[in-house]
Design a protein around this ligand. Sequence first.
Ligand code: 5RP
Length: 267
Amino acid sequence: MEWGMANRMAQLIQTDGHALFLPVDHGYFQGPTRKLEEPRKTIEPLLPYADALFITRGVLRSSVDPDNTRPIILRVSGGTSMVGKDLANEGIATSMEEAIRLNASAVGISIFVGTDYEKESLLNLSKLVDEGERYGIPVMAVTAVGKELDKRDARYLALSSRIAAELGARVVKTYWCEDFGKVTRGCPVPVIMAGGPQVDTELKVFEFVYDGMQKGAIGVNLGRNIWQSDFPVAMIKAIRAIIHQKATPKEAQELFGSEKEMKLKKS
Ligand code: 5RP
């Protein structure tokens, strides 16, 4: 691996081989998502606990100070919205030149396997990989399922993840699912887990993150289940403990509880 590519990968994946990415890119197709309405307010308290930020250029420029030293994964696909005809019909919305100008450590793009725009999204990924490899910038593929959340099973996610790796993604972001080992075993590049919509309890989040780590994920790219929590800093600290300190769900829950108590006492 070229020095530049290896150096950027090392910025993203920590020395223990694990990573906690914080995604705040949701507005690029959802608009002002709940608790991300004012991105700076959401991002600032969480940034010290994230290994990298997954973000669009617009929110990066407007809501993160340039003296930030956390690695940036730039969301570069887009062009569709929740209310448009088809979420899957994305293109590359930000150039590699812009990613370099913004000093991005990686770029991220969604693929939509099994949709009408499967081919376009996969060829967009390939094109981005060609450009990224030229400049030493890793590409993270996002195995998006869009509105069709019923596709969140091991068979579909393993298929999407493997295709993303075959086309050259350096990291694949997918969802946790039952039989998650099937997804990681079939994917020859590092796999990280997204969270999807907020789940009922913190413990459920800790349990799926822990399970995914046991089954071969290297970390998370977890957004709403962190920053839509009433106690986002407690949440990210607890998840960080699972990713980087091998905490069990029970230990993560205890840490969350004590951080929450401290926060309540201070307010
Ligand atoms: C949005 C994304 C998000 O980065 C991804 O879904 C992770 O966020 P969450 O944990 O909230 O699902 O790709 O398009």
